[in-house]
Write a protein that binds this ligand. Structure first.
Ligand SMILES: [Zn+2]
Length: 139
């Protein structure tokens, strides 16, 4: 059971995370906007590995510099998701997408309100088609 003082501390910690992400994710989006899909995918893979293996540091803290590494990996990963995912990405109640002027409150509102012609051009080529001529290994 969480005591009221712990609940207040968690709430304050989450607010700091929200507000720092609100500031830094758009900066990462602008920095990453011109990169190729392959580069963005590599960044997302790297970010996911860091957040997946050390994400608890954001909540419980780590050695000097580790929190920065994990926070930046989270922010860059969210920026890549904003650029690559249709409708963008939502996290902690904040929405980011490839459209810098987007006023949507979430990726669901973004996708529902926008006509395909209104959406910004994706900064990448369509993904390659799945390989359909694989050899039959069952025989
Ligand atoms: Zn949007």
């Amino acid at each position: 059971m969480t005591r009221p003082s712990e609940t207040a501390a968690i709430s304050a910690q989450q607010m700091v995370l929200q507000e720092t992400l609100r500031l830094t994710v758009p900066l990462h989006i602008q920095e990453l906007r011109c990169h190729t899909t392959d580069t963005l995918m590599a960044i997302s893979t790297q970010s996911a590995a860091i957040v997946g293996s050390k994400g608890d540091i954001l909540q419980f803290h780590g050695r000097r510099g580790e929190t920065t590494e994990v926070f930046n990996a989270l922010a860059r990963g969210l920026a890549v998701a904003a650029l690559l995912a249709y409708g963008g990405v939502d996290f902690l109640g904040i929405h980011w997408c490839a459209d810098p002027g987007c006023q949507a409150g979430s990726r669901f509102h973004h996708a529902a309100d926008a006509e395909p012609a209104d959406l910004p051009e994706p900064p990448f080529e369509p993904p390659p088609q799945p390989i359909t001529d694989l050899p039959d290994l069952a025989t």
